[in-house]
Design a protein around this ligand. Structure first.
Ligand code: 5RP
Length: 219
């Protein structure tokens, strides 16, 4: 099975978490795009849908959903999103698509966070995938120097502006033995809007697609 087929079956498996009357948050990325394609099949169960990016909002709208603002609804019953890396502790790196801040807000607002991945993303330790940081533009060079002090190699994602009008630094080679501590440390640097480490708000459920189907971790 190729990687895209695995993304599709992971997305399919997440549909069973959607129950009658739920307010559902939708993430961003190619795995979630499969979910958005499938979502009309359970549309009658969804009370409201909230999106983590302009890109997902556009796709949801095209599929007939009216997308609610987070400010207009209560907390989410469920948030479904992909990831760039995940561990068996449910810690994640996210933000490959640059939507990490809104994704983090929706994950934080959700009672349950279901993360859908193919098996290439399950890792023993986070950090092979460069860590995305959303930063306010005037602080970018300062934050890059801080990351070098932490032994990372920050690369500015050129020609990319987030939905919030900010920049992304992709930080390579960070030692991520303690993701909780790393997330806290980076969060304390002024000008960092958010870090793509999802450790303090980890996933509750991981749906991992491999050649044999989809396996579930957590609940
Ligand atoms: C976007 C994300 C995505 O969840 C992550 O990049 C995975 O993307 P894909 O499903 O395309 O592999 O965090 O900001």
């Amino acid at each position: 099975m190729d990687q895209d087929a695995k993304k599709l079956i992971a997305a399919q498996a997440s549909l069973e978490f959607i129950q009658d009357g739920m307010i559902v948050g939708i993430g961003t990325g190619s795995t979630v795009n499969h979910l958005i394609d499938l979502l009309p099949s359970v549309g009658d169960k969804i009370q409201a849908v909230v999106s983590s990016s302009d890109a997902s909002t556009k796709l949801l709208t095209e599929r007939g959903f009216e997308v609610s603002r987070l400010n207009a609804v209560n907390d989410l019953d469920l948030y479904i999103d992909g990831a760039d890396e995940a561990t068996k502790h449910m810690h994640l790196i996210k933000g490959g698509g640059g939507a990490l801040t809104r994704e983090k807000v929706l994950a934080g607002a959700a009672r349950k966070f279901v993360c859908i991945i193919d098996d290439s993303k399950l890792v023993g330790m986070l950090g092979t995938f460069p860590l995305p940081l959303e930063v306010i533009p005037m602080a970018q060079a300062f934050i890059a120097r801080r990351m070098v002090k932490m032994r990372g190699q920050p690369i500015w994602r050129e020609n990319f502006v987030t939905d919030n009008g900010n920049h992304i630094l992709d930080v390579h080679n960070l030692s991520m033995a303690n993701p909780l501590e790393m997330e806290t440390r980076i969060n304390h640097i002024p000008g960092v809007v958010s870090a793509g480490i999802f450790a303090h708000r980890a996933a509750d459920v991981l749906l991992i697609a491999d050649d044999n189907g989809v396996r579930k971790m957590g609940n």
